[in-house]
Design a protein around this ligand. Sequence first.
Ligand code: FES
Ligand code: FES
Length: 207
Amino acid sequence: MQSDVFPNADPPQPADNSRRSFMKQAGGALGLALAPPLVGQAERLTAYAKVIEGATDITLRVNGQARPVRVEPRVSLLDALREHLDLTGTKKGCDHGQCGACTVHVDGRRILSCLTLAVMSQGKEITTIEGLAQGEQLHPMQEAFLKHDGFQCGYCTPGQIMSAVACVQEGHATTDAQCREWMSGNLCRCGAYPNILAAVREVAGKG
Ligand code: FES
Ligand code: FES
């Protein structure tokens, strides 16, 4: 689905782990149609698997640190980060893979943490917005968002920045249209899109 904020995109089809890809794979997804509308995606995914009860001790590697955490198998990576590890920079918007607010990097690729189970993230390098800066030195994308006023309320901003960093690294920000398309999975209720685009394009140009 194309964002109405990035209206001029000529849509190539992203092949990443984005909301669009997920919805396609779920495809048709009779399951989606039949599933209760207010159930989180990670919980919905496990609803079809055999029921495994009880919390499990796992270790997540987040922002370069090993973080032990005890979670039930149904817990999403998003909830593990926010509710168990107090990393609340990653936001919960829709909890259904449709807004991009929960975007983090796993092994260098952007993923939607609301669609990812915490137990499946063991042994992987997870980076959240809290891990982007180097000490007091902001990441160039954070600097660019500040410079171009790429946020208003700021709720979508962590997800936007994580997606933007990946978008540039993927080589998907070489034109305005391409950037709009590959950032279209990140929604902003405040409509900060022109400024977000300016920030991403500036960093892409520097790269
Ligand atoms: S909270 Fe994950 S995509 Fe909206
Ligand atoms: S800045 Fe408010 S939702 Fe994007």
